[in-house]
Design a protein around this ligand. Structure first.
Ligand SMILES: NC(=O)c1ccc[n+]([C@@H]2O[C@H](COP(=O)([O-])OP(=O)(O)OC[C@H]3O[C@@H](n4cnc5c(N)ncnc54)[C@H](O)[C@@H]3O)[C@@H](O)[C@H]2O)c1
Length: 434
């Protein structure tokens, strides 16, 4: 079975499938199609499959100009119909893994996708889970669903791997093709199949000894970021109390050529990964009787940052003899990070909610986010940043998109609270840095 599958990889006759066509799944599907591999995307959301069918991208990192020819030439197609799996040799599962309100993993998407795949699993297939999850998901959850429904034996009749997705939306230097791909299989044959599969389209493949190692790699990477950001956020709070500019401290510290890596404070964590993934690890370790104390502590500190920012805004307005209640606060940037259009878990949403709860009138501008929904008060529409800078009592830079005209905002605003050090190059008493 393995040799047959590898032969299909070698001569590019493999029929590849991607389940879940979001920020991770669509770029992956496009990368393989670009390499001359037939790819079928499957998603429950018919708006996405129809957009792909029409050659239109809905993901910022995938240009419509690169997607459309792949669809026109038949290299890439998309459907909501899982029965197409009967025609496919490989499946990459890229469905969401959010947290429940209790911060427990929500495994319902992986469960639902696995059950649909299991109905159509056939000998010779390779199934790779890419969704970020706790160690053990692939062998404890995915594998039994696949084996029980099909009667097939892993490592013999079909192959199963885990490969963490490391894509960094908006990163101009690293993308699906040139980010090294870690892959671990249930058996050595599974790892070999997975490595050969990625080797067709990606620059570097890093095989590891098991699915659990591969699952843990991703959690180490994101927990490392979350904890270091927590540390530097706490340092920012300390520096604020002591009247020290934390940004200057970090810039000087990073001149040390070894043993230090710069992380920066900010208004709080956002996105589908850093604020979420470490809790998959802490949930799992609790079952083994181990408390993941670093994760809990960093999560607490990072979760306090929107409150810290709102206090900072209130104090800055106070210095201008204005109460927060009734003041017009304009938020510059609501995406969870620079130059992307994603507001999932964005701290801007918390900050807006907290400001509104204290009686402020809040507007926002963001070239990538035309509308945003605030849980308590409903939808806001993006405004013009310069008009708002000229009329608001305080501008708060939450997301430092490159396209903002910072010099013009500074000229028009009377007060700026800068949570990203975006106004670093200007020396102005109008700017209050985090
Ligand atoms: N976005 C990132 O930057 C990033 C980076 C690395 C890893 N990840 C991980 O990758 C996984 C996917 O994240 P994403 O950002 O692409 O999510 P996303 O929400 O953008 O996309 C997921 C897609 O899966 C579809 N889907 C949901 N259930 C399905 C099902 N049962 N069958 C078929 N399709 C289904 C949804 O309609 C959606 O289109 C998550 O585990 C995430 O943690 C994300």
């Amino acid at each position: 079975m393995l040799e047959q599958l590898k032969k299909k990889f070698q001569d590019r006759t493999v029929q590849a499938g991607v389940v879940g066509l979001g920020y991770v799944g669509l770029p992956l599907a496009v990368e393989f199609a670009k390499e001359g591999i037939h790819v079928t995307g499957i998603d429950l959301d018919s708006r996405k499959t129809e957009a792909i069918g029409a050659g239109r991208s809905y993901i910022q990192d995938v240009a419509t100009e690169s997607l459309a020819p792949l669809v026109a030439s038949g290299m890439l197609r998309a459907t909501t119909d899982f029965s197409i799996i009967r025609e496919l040799d490989t499946i990459n599962i890229c469905v969401p893994t959010p947290l429940r309100k209790t911060k427990d993993p929500d495994m319902s998407f992986i469960d639902a996708a696995s059950r649909e795949i299991a109905k159509h699993l056939h000998p010779g297939m390779l199934i790779i889970l890419e969704s970020t999850t706790y160690p053990g998901t692939t062998d404890e959850m995915l594998l039994p669903i696949l084996e029980d429904a099909s009667g097939l034996k892993v490592g013999v009749d079909f192959f199963v791997c885990f490969s963490p997705e490391r894509v960094d939306p908006g990163n101009p230097n690293f993308h699906t093709k040139n980010i090294p791909k870690v892959v671990g299989g249930i058996t050595p044959a599974c790892t070999e199949a997975g490595a050969a599969f990625y080797g067709m389209a990606l620059d570097t493949v890093v095989p590891v000894g098991s699915t659990r190692v591969a699952e843990m790699v991703k959690l180490l990477e994101n927990t490392f970021r979350m904890i270091n950001i927590g540390l530097v956020n706490e340092l920012a709070i300390m520096c604020d109390r002591m009247g020290i500019n934390v940004w200057e401290v970090i810039d000087a510290a990073k001149t040390k050529p070894f043993g230090f890596m710069a992380f920066y404070p900010g208004p709080g964590l956002g996105g589908h990964c850093i604020p979420v993934d470490p809790y998959y690890l802490s949930w799992k370790t609790k079952q083994a009787g181990i408390e993941a104390r670093f994760i809990e502590l960093a999560g607490y500190i990072n979760g306090q940052m929107p409150h810290f920012v709102v206090d900072k805004i209130q104090n800055a307005l106070n210095d201008h003899t204005k109460p927060l209640k009734g003041s017009h606060v304009h938020i510059l940037g609501v995406a969870y990070k620079r130059d992307i259009d994603d507001v999932r878990e964005s701290p801007a949403l918390d900050i807006i909610h907290l400001l509104q709860a204290r009686g402020a009138r809040v507007t926002y501008s963001d070239p990538y986010v035309k509308k945003c929904r605030i849980e308590s008060t409903g939808e806001l529409t993006a405004q013009d940043p310069l008009e708002m800078a000229a009329t608001s009592d305080c501008v708060v830079c939450v997301t430092d998109h490159v396209v903002f005209d910072y010099a013009a905002v500074l000229e028009k605003a009377i007060l700026i609270v800068d949570t990203r050090n975006a106004f670093k190059k200007f020396t102005s008493s109008k700017v209050v840095a985090l």
